[in-house]
Design a protein around this ligand. Sequence first.
Ligand code: FAD
Length: 429
Amino acid sequence: MPHALTDLRVNTVTRPVDRSVESLEADILVVGAGIAGLTAAIDAKRCGRDVVLADALPVLGGQCVNSMIGLFCGIYGNAPEYHQLTHGIFDEMFPALERSGDIAYNRTHTQTVPYDEVALGRWFENLVSELGIKVVLGASISGVALDGGVLERVDFASRYGPVSVRAKGFVDATGDAALAWEAGLPCRVPERTVWGSQQIRLTGLVESAKPDPAELVARVAEKADEYGLVRRDGLAFFFPGRDTAVMNMTHVEAPLTAVEAAEAQLRGRAQADRVVEFLRTEFPAAFKDASVLAYGFPGRRQTRWLAADHQLTLEEVRHGTGFEDAVARTAWPVELHDRVSGYVWETFGPDHVHYVPLRSLTSPGARNLVAAGRCVDGDAAALSSVRVMGPCSAMGRAAAHTLDLTLGGDVHDVDLTALRDRIRDNVEG
Ligand SMILES: Cc1cc2nc3c(=O)[nH]c(=O)nc-3n(C[C@H](O)[C@H](O)[C@H](O)COP(=O)(O)OP(=O)(O)OC[C@H]3O[C@@H](n4cnc5c(N)ncnc54)[C@H](O)[C@@H]3O)c2cc1C
């Protein structure tokens, strides 16, 4: 009696000359599945729209899941009230992650929310599946059809072959404004590097012996050259009650060309390894048995962004300027990583709030495109304060509702009263 597997026949195949393209149609195409794109896709789907969500990575979650970011920032106002400034997806995410013990709340001048990135990733994946959002992963933009200011189609190169998505409305949530860039729309780049970071999650730590933040920074400043560290500061985000922490102690370029980006990634990992050696030696009580549980995907802060209808300015951030078309708000400090040794850190007072207008998400050259997340328009300092995850999510929500309200028309003509009614708790109260 032959074994059943001997029945498995094998065919020989060759790629057809007229290779077929996988073609999809949607009301709204969201490119980029980080916090901004996921929020946009979820909200657009809940508006009853057919949504395609595409990303160059083979997994959902963008940086918040895959780059070991560690904390949600910018969702709450400053001490002593810690008023919640962004709602939407966080109002369902936080209770769910609280139930499984996968988030905590960390109160200093600001309130941040450490989270377990594995649990967060699964939470998003389950929600996307439940809602029936069509997902295309491992797909990088290879071309954009823009005709008379209307985006019509985005083509992707995937490991499985070409994919093409036609839609009526588009969200650029790529972080690098890749959709706007490939469409030939004007974008902005900083004249000097805004540094990214290679984050790592360490395990085997003794939390009770963790160094005081000021002590850690002082020791890095003293010993950086000895260990070959490029930053003169550092942050350790311990997850309470577990033996792990995310370390934010490197500065790595975030190039926009493929080979340089790959080389930067390798340099970043080597920097992270030197950080581990430094910690094990200098703080043995807490880090003697530290080992790397995971290296995050390259962390990119401010690379290339949309040249939008309005560029948010540092003055508007400092003064908390209100806008008729405000779509997001935060109290997060200016956090500009524009020097290799550290970053500019400018905090705001207890009642301070600053806003992002819809015009910083829209392009003068496109009627059916809204950007969201870290690729919206600001001067370098202003953007550094609104690219954290609270306002990124609020912008994703606003992008979805703006497109839902204007589908087939022009996002510049959106009824602002109707939009505000839908996103009120992210900009008022
Ligand atoms: C090291 C580091 C530490 C940070 N710390 C914090 C923190 O503690 N708290 C906080 O709130 N914020 C923090 N931030 C900021 C915050 O994490 C990011 O700004 C935010 O996650 C950006 O979300 P996003 O959705 O705009 O973009 P991303 O998360 O970058 O997602 C963009 C997605 O677009 C995809 N994409 C890009 N180009 C293409 C293309 N051509 N084709 C297809 N897909 C494409 C990418 O693969 C990616 O998945 C940190 C950032 C860094 C880098």
